[in-house]
Ligand binder design. Structure first.
Ligand code: ADP
Length: 483
């Protein structure tokens, strides 16, 4: 094993204690690069979730009373503990999720940046004094932590998706119950190991693995939990928002995307190719902001395709993420691999031509070759659904209006990208694209200091940045009368 085995915690963490499931049942966790079983985690349900929520509720009484600086100090200690074991945590993340070790390290470092950012930002949760329309009364506005937070997270960023939520929640004065993906529980449980090392009080962070619908239902229905923050599929997000709505819980939703990536005739083609490589193939295409539909203007279509093909063949190397030089890990599981294969076969059947890739790689694990197709058309599955894998399909367009209309022709609205050197077009297109995130001449834009969130079916709310704390705060208006 290439990481410290003490980091492989096969228990859940409730109220500062490590325990199994009430039923004694477990879930197996496998390495997608080798198909080997890494270990198990408890298969918890509603009862364990209720206990975690109760612990978080009790712990919150003291946690929210701490000054922002005191909470921030503990959060910085949590980050120090994480960074002290960065190499091992990265190897653990790669072993359960598959991404290349360098990307795993990068993800954990980004997670730390989110937590540190919020640790500082908490000192700036300002209130307001509003000029009063009454001579004898004053109007005060303060912000309070929303309450216990329930976080449900996906497997594609097993660390940073948790860090964004945990950082904001803790900074705001909330405590948290986290349910990570069943595919990547160990990177999540490692937060609890680090929280213990950092001296965070029991109950502030609780981490549960198990039956997702049951844990989700308890979070939505338990009155002591006041907010659900979710990153994952639009299908599950809508289900949770509906359940949470019945109990009037605050929700934040980071859901699926179907990102357009537009290359105009006036683009710097080399930069556009570099951006497309990063945006499409990072994490083997398994990010919710990955380019999914690549629209290239007719005048540069062939040149772009040729350069993109060369870059894919020269720069991308599939393999076990623990091996040096690998840039493309496996897909997360057999279902994910089957979806990529289906999208490629569907495109081929409808007239697309494969320029490179188009096959699985190796016999073990769930690897798919980085694939490029030209002559993609709107009737193909890749045009309508998120592939979530290493398949780049190039669509041809003629005019700016056409590109914008086609880019917006989706129920999703998370990330979009375009490449142009024309200043007027930069602003026209940026303003017309119905998306929460816009990369202009950039393919990878995530940072803790900027907001991250989608519109339409891609979600509600923002994570990161000075806006990211708002989702964890309630506004209180106090009218002080009788002066
Ligand atoms: P993905 O397709 O990215 O795996 P999912 O939405 O299926 O996205 O999973 C994201 C997270 O949602 C995971 O932690 C998963 O266990 C959880 N999840 C799946 N179904 C439900 C559900 N019915 N209620 C609550 N959480 C769920």
């Amino acid at each position: 094993m290439s990481f410290d085995p003490a980091l492989l915690k096969q228990f859940v963490y409730i109220n500062g204690a490590w325990t199994g499931a009430d039923s004694g049942q477990v879930i197996e966790v496998t390495n997608p690069a080798t198909d080997a079983v890494i270990g198990t985690v408890p298969n918890c349900g509603r009862a364990e979730t209720a206990r975690a929520i109760e612990a978080a509720h009790i712990a919150m009484a003291d946690w929210k009373k701490l000054t922002a600086e005191a909470r921030g100090d503990l959060m910085h200690k949590l980050c120090d503990a994480i960074l002290a074991e960065l190499d091992d945590l990265a190897a653990l993340l790669t072993s359960e999720m598959g991404k290349p070790l360098a990307e795993a390290k990068g993800e954990i470092v980004l997670g730390v940046k989110y937590i540190r950012f919020f640790a500082e930002e908490a000192k700036r949760v300002y209130g307001d004094i509003i000029p009063s329309p009454w001579a004898d009364r004053r109007i005060l506005v303060t912000k309070e932590p929303v309450g216990v937070v329930g976080a449900i997270t996906p497997w594609n960023f097993p660390n940073s998706m948790i860090a964004r939520k945990l950082g904001a929640a803790l900074a705001a004065g909330c405590t948290i119950v986290i349910k990570p993906s069943e595919f990547t529980p160990y990177s999540a449980l490692a937060f609890a190991i680090m929280a213990e090392k950092a001296g965070l009080p029991a109950g502030v962070i609780n981490i549960l693995t198990g039956d997702a619908p049951q844990i989700g239902a308890e979070m939505c229905e338990n009155p002591a939990l006041r907010k659900i923050t979710f990153t994952g599929s639009t299908r599950v997000g809508k289900l949770l928002a509906e359940q949470a709505g019945k109990h009037m819980k605050k929700v934040s939703m980071e859901l699926g995307g179907n990102a357009p990536f537009i290359v105009f005739d006036d683009a710097d083609l080399d930069k556009a190719v570099a951006g497309a490589i990063g945006s499409k193939f990072r994490n083997s295409g398994q990010t919710c902001v990955c380019a999914n539909r690549i629209y290239v203007q007719a005048g540069v279509y062939d040149a772009f395709a040729e350069k993109f093909k060369a870059a894919i063949e020269e720069q991308l190397k599939p393999g076990n993420g623990l091996d040096a030089g690998v840039t493309q890990g496996p897909l997360i599981n057999a279902a994910a691999l089957a979806k990529v294969e289906a999208h490629v076969e569907d495109a081929k059947g409808k007239g697309a031509r494969i320029l490179t890739g188009g096959t699985r790689v190796g016999n073990a694990g769930t690897f798919y070759a980085p694939t490029l197709a030209i002559n993609a058309t709107p009737d193909m599955r890749v045009a309508q659904e998120e592939t979530f894998g290493p398949f780049a399909a190039l669509f041809r367009f003629e005019t700016e209006d056409e590109a914008v209309a086609r880019a917006n022709d989706t129920e999703y609205g998370l990330a979009c990208y375009f490449y142009t050197r024309d200043l007027g077009r930069t602003f026209r297109v940026m303003e017309r694209l119905e998306y929460g995130l816009v990369g202009i001449n950039e393919g990878v834009i995530t940072t803790e200091v900027a907001p991250f969130g989608g519109v339409k079916d891609s979600g509600l709310g923002n994570e990161g940045s000075k806006y990211g704390l708002d989702d964890y705060l309630n506004i209180k208006y106090a009218c002080v009368g009788g002066l």
